[in-house]
Ligand binder design. Structure first.
Ligand code: BGC
Length: 760
């Protein structure tokens, strides 16, 4: 049998690894030949209906009417999702492995996005750590907890590049940059899966949503995407490719039309690129209802046509829409769908089940769940991750860190004491009561101080979220304008008596995420008005932002002396904010996305191309006549309680042959008086070439910790992996023999410059 994994270890992974410069994953302890033998033996015994069953994922607990037992008993379901109940997992598994004819275990999948019980900062925040190791550990903790609870498969990482801050799902990924995104994608795959698929206490990961979902027109979720092949290969594919190189076992197709062909029915994407060129050995699942939606989208004629075209395109498993069980066996018997296509899909799914060890260990150990979920080491890791993800946007006159001697603090704002919004987006299955809010974190930090709180007027989506239907508990009624006004006045009055005001503002968790795009990037509701009133009191005000996307906090950026971007920081978020505000942790995070000054400037990102109008010329500044599109905060920005300098930028070999690698070294010094972290960032610009190349591209970064006055040399490599690109004019990968500008520094506006000449 053509078990897919040996491809990985031969052709697929080796080319991919060269391209992305990463080490291939460790091979599984189950030999490929053994996997192949077992898969083939099963396949030979399967009826067409049982084959289709393995390609069918059905809904579990979220929908009370779902009856997964019946499907499992007939061998009609290979996987179940939207269920989060260990006992039920075991009951259903028993049906699959004892009552179905072939006893093939079922794969339980769930969205374990930024934690299972212990919630880590949202992925955008984790990317702001610029520390792939911290993201890897977070994914490993999430995997350990979820696997203990009986889950096998997470629909993560989401690795979509997002350059439009209006798009709600920007919160789920690593932001705008393919290089940072690829590093974070690989780190999460390693964290979720461990060194090989089937590693103990780990999960099967799923790179989603393939591909370019983040480029939706206007940032409107689900809308069509029109991007060139060059943009796909240079910008949107790299994190997916990095996930393949890291050994990811599954992929999820995106919802939307990609250049007029829906991703779930896109043969070029799934068969030619993913399974062909990249040699991806795992299986591809659709997004929820994604196959049935091919009809809704006006692509497939009917549900049978949808099933046929999805399978033909290389989609292996259907998530929840049910067209496969309805039609696929018949389409095969009629000869409309080649049996070989179905068999290939079944092999891929079964090979993953064998690799995961599900046949040997199908059940969760119910006696161990509680102790794994309560492991205090998980919360410590979450607190550290949250500290490392926070970005100090502004700190005039060193207002931060606050002195521990502060005797009274007013903690104001709608997010100051909201557990759900501290945990953040994508928490349908979260454990909200465990979260520590900013108010609670500050109270724990300063037990002797007087800490008062008022929420101020509520914030709320104008259009409710579909996903709120799944949130437990009663839905609070909207405040009346009179109630909002009273809350406003009360907040100002509460702040009046305090020495320092901490305003905790931003967005509710349901204001980013799926189907949560916005046309504005302002602080929602009356928050800015309240902020102005608080600053008007004449006291020191610190703004702590809790949000899942860049916000155009233009007024705050001029008038509030200290701004900490805390994102949606997870279970330990409030403690981590308190650690940072009082200097127990020195912020070292950097923005993984550009902060625009207006929603109308989106998409705004650092790696744009040059124009005919020279950079800095007056024409550049008048692209809009109602305000220049200069970012409010550039990509890579982030301050510290200490200061750093960069010097001695050197290229060891300033002339290199195409294909060779140049070493770039810089000295980073902590010039302040406290220890801190800096992220050295290397940007390159190719001056001319087969195609126009971006103004700057990130091609290296390293987060380092330095004691006061300490200097460390940081070395980057610039070789073909960094310098080649997909050329639209040549229709292939090229590395041009051209001159390059290099800059290294603390953000994407770095000025320390060197040159590199690539020669033929
Ligand atoms: C989302 C996916 C998610 C899936 C399963 C879809 O609506 O787009 O990201 O994994 O649901 O919950």
């Amino acid at each position: 049998m053509r078990n897919a994994w040996w491809w990985a270890l031969t052709i697929g992974f080796s080319c991919a690894a060269v391209a992305a410069g990463a080490a291939p994953p460790v091979a599984s302890p189950v030999p490929d030949a053994e996997v192949a033998r077992r898969v083939e033996a099963l396949l030979a015994r399967m009826t067409p209906e049982e084959k289709v069953g393995q390609l069918t994922q059905v809904a579990g607990g979220l929908f009370p009417d779902a009856k997964p037992e019946e499907a499992l008993r007939k061998g009609g379901a290979g996987s179940i999702l939207w269920l989060n109940d260990t006992k039920k997992f075991n009951e259903l598994q028993r049906v699959a492995v004892e009552e179905s004819r072939l006893k093939i275990p079922v794969l339980f999948g769930l969205d374990v996005i930024h934690g299972y019980r212990t919630i880590f900062p949202v992925p955008l925040a984790m990317a702001a750590s610029w520390d792939p190791a911290v993201h890897e550990r977070a994914a490993a903790v999430a995997a350990r907890e979820a696997r203990a609870a009986g889950i096998h498969w997470t629909f993560a990482p989401m690795v979509d590049i997002a350059r439009d801050a209006r798009w709600g799902r920007i919160v789920e990924g690593a932001g705008e940059d393919p290089y940072l995104g690829a590093a974070m994608a690989a780190a999460q795959v390693r964290g979720f899966q461990g060194p090989y698929l089937g590693s103990p206490e780990r999960l099967l990961a799923c790179a989603k949503h393939f591909a370019a979902y983040g480029a939706a027109e206007g940032g409107r979720d689900y809308d069509p995407v029109y991007v060139s092949e060059g943009q796909l290969r240079n910008v949107h594919f790299p994190p997916f490719h990095a996930a393949v190189v890291a050994g990811v076992g599954s992929f999820m197709s995106a919802y939307m039309d990609l250049n007029d062909v829906p991703a779930a029915g896109n043969r070029w994407l799934l068969r030619d690129v993913l399974k062909g060129e990249w040699g991806f050995p795992g299986f591809v699942v659709s997004d929820a209802m994604g196959v049935g939606n091919l009809v809704t989208m006006g692509f497939a004629r009917d549900r049978a046509d949808a099933a046929r075209r999805a399978v033909a395109a290389g989609l292996d498993m259907e998530m929840a829409s049910g067209t496969f069980p309805e039609h696929l066996a018949r389409l095969v018997s009629e000869g409309t769908v080649p049996l070989a296509q179905v068999d290939d899909a079944v092999r891929r799914v079964l090979a993953v089940k064998v690799r995961l060890g599900l046949f040997e260990n199908p059940y969760a150990d119910e006696s161990k769940v509680a102790s794994v979920l309560a492991d205090p080491a998980h919360r410590e890791e979450a607190r550290r991750a949250a500290q490392r993800s926070m970005v100090l946007l502004r700190n005039e006159n060193k207002l931060l860190p606050l002195a521990r001697t502060v005797s009274s603090l007013a903690v104001i704002g709608p997010l100051a004491d909201s557990k759900a919004d501290t945990e953040g987006s994508w928490m349908v299955f979260g454990h909200v009561p465990a979260a520590v809010t900013v108010l609670e974190g500050l109270r724990a930090k300063l037990p002797g101080a007087k800490i008062v709180h008022a929420a101020g007027p509520e914030i709320r989506r104008q259009v409710p979220s579909f996903f709120d239907n799944f949130a437990p508990g009663p839905k609070p009624k909207p405040q009346t304008p009179e109630e909002a006004e009273a809350a406003f006045q009360q907040a100002v009055a509460t702040a009046r008596g305090a020495d320092v005001v901490v305003a905790v503002m931003g967005e509710l968790a349901n204001m980013s995420g799926e189907a949560a795009s916005r046309a504005s990037l302002d602080l929602p509701g009356r928050q800015e008005e309240l902020l102005k009133a608080l600053v008007g009191l004449g006291k020191p005000v610190v703004l702590v932002l809790l949000n899942g996307r860049p916000l155009s906090v233009n007024w705050a950026a001029e008038n509030v002396p200290a701004i900490l971007e805390a994102w949606e920081p997870g279970t330990e978020g409030g403690n981590a904010v308190a650690d940072v505000l009082f200097g127990d942790a020195n912020p070292g995070g950097k923005l993984p996305v550009t902060f625009p000054r207006a929603a109308g400037h989106a998409p705004l990102y650092h790696a744009r191309n040059l124009t005919h109008s020279p950079e800095g010329a007056p024409m550049y500044n008048v692209r809009y006549w109602d305000g220049a599109p200069k970012p409010l905060y550039p990509f890579g920005h982030g301050l510290s309680y200490t200061t750093f300098s960069f010097a001695n930028l050197k290229v060891a070999t300033p002339r290199v042959k195409a294909g060779a690698t140049a070493a770039v070294t810089v000295d980073v010094t902590n010039t302040g008086s406290v220890a801190g972290d800096e992220v050295a960032q290397l940007y390159v610009h190719q001056r001319a070439g087969s195609d126009s190349r971006p103004l700057r591209e990130l091609k290296g970064f390293r987060r380092i910790s330095l004691k006061p006055k300490e200097t460390q040399a940081v070395t980057f490599s610039l070789g073909p992996d960094e310098l080649r690109y997909w050329s639209t004019s040549q229709e292939k990968w090229v590395q041009d023999a051209e001159a390059f500008d290099l800059w290294v520094g603390a953000d994407s506006t770095a000025t320390l410059h060197a040159e590199l000449q690539v020669v033929p």
